[in-house]
Write a protein of this length. Sequence first.
Length: 292
Amino acid sequence: MLHYPAATPADPVDSDTAAPAAAFLPRYLARIGYTGPVAPTLDVLAALQAAHIAAIPFEAIDALTGAGIDIGADAIDAKLIGQRRGGYCFEQNALFLRALLAIGLDAEGLLGRVRWMLPDDAPPTPRTHMVVRVKLGGRPWLVDAGFGAAVPPAPLAMDSEEPQPTRHESYRVVRHGDVWQVAALIEGEWRTLYRLDHVSPPAIDYEIGNWYTSAHPDSHFRHQLIAARTTADARYGLRDNRLTTRLTDGRLDRRYLTADEIERTLAEIFLLPVRAHWRAAIERAATAEIAG
């Protein structure tokens, strides 16, 4: 049996609206538990990314329950900071992008097509994944705080096609014309995560991608309970009733959970303030039959 981290006590929710611009960065840093230096450097960028993905879990429960997902800045601040919820890529990386801009980094959003678990010749998927590109010293870096249990845990150089090791998997970024292909080395095989367009899109493209991901009947977030969290030592992934833990030393644990166990796991491992109206979705997830 692997060790699971205890929950960090949540601070009281003090607002359902975003903080004023001047207060945003201190609130964000407090939310991710970061107390280190704040400067536009690669070391700080890496430290913020690691702190963010450990503190703010990946989840799309509002899509599953039909509550909907608002990616406006006020809504994201209220949910991910004020209510100590998690979110998915459009929420996570929009929040992260604003923080990076606030500390003076040259950063912008990019959109891509998820290719995770698809064969190379599968038809194109919608542009439904947001990441952040940061330029430091003339070099472009990819940072991502919102790709579930396979999220890159560190900045990835976009001007090198060599494998880039991290505390978890190694990653590779390969450019094909105006498209960047990002892959992870998993169980000895390079698996494509997503393909990114080179040009930063207008805001409306994020709105369309978010609508598809949160509301379209073909979106898996509308049908599956999904949560993920990555720390320095482990990755935790929940898909319906299956909890998978991968440690950096190579150990793996996979368990199937009851409804009560799912609820406890959301609180204790994914650090979420579980809501009563989630119970129906949790009970449905507990009956899922997923091949181990």
